[in-house]
Design a protein around this ligand. Structure first.
Ligand SMILES: [Zn+2]
Length: 138
């Protein structure tokens, strides 16, 4: 209801705010051989972000590069923003995990708090995985 799907992965509620971030660069060093490699195309990634006054999505533009030496494509990592294949920002993950670990909320309560206060819907299985990962990381 009242939702449109912009990609197969992310359902965007009506009234969602988009914050754009452009991480694109004309050239970057290949992670394998360190050679400067030109940009060959742009990618776009949508991440659910902590909302202050409504649902918020981070729209990240990034560059894809081609290393002629290795003959391989690569994209610059954005670990500071999100896990490699994640659909949520690190801020969402940390905020939700803290509710469970520091404030001792149940997974259900934490998910509800994230929904009501920060406008982010997190599947219980996803939140469960985050908490386990946090507890088992050293
Ligand atoms: Zn290379």
């Amino acid at each position: 209801m009242n939702e449109k799907t912009m990609s197969s992965k992310l359902v965007i509620p009506r009234g969602t705010k988009f914050r754009k971030i452009n991480l694109s660069r004309k050239a970057a060093r290949c992670p394998r051989c360190n050679q400067i490699s030109k940009r060959h195309s742009l990618g776009r990634r949508l991440l659910r972000e902590v909302g202050i006054s409504g649902p918020t999505v981070l729209e990240v533009t990034y560059s894809k590069h081609y290393c002629e030496h290795c003959q391989k494509h690569f994209s610059l990592p954005m670990d500071h923003l999100a896990l490699p294949s994640g659909r949520f920002t690190n801020r969402v993950r940390k905020t939700a995990v803290e509710l469970v670990i520091k404030q001792a909320l149940t997974l259900e309560k934490a998910a509800q708090r994230m929904r009501l206060k920060y406008y982010v819907h997190i599947p219980p299985t996803t939140l469960h995985d985050w908490v386990v990962a946090e507890l088992t990381s050293v």
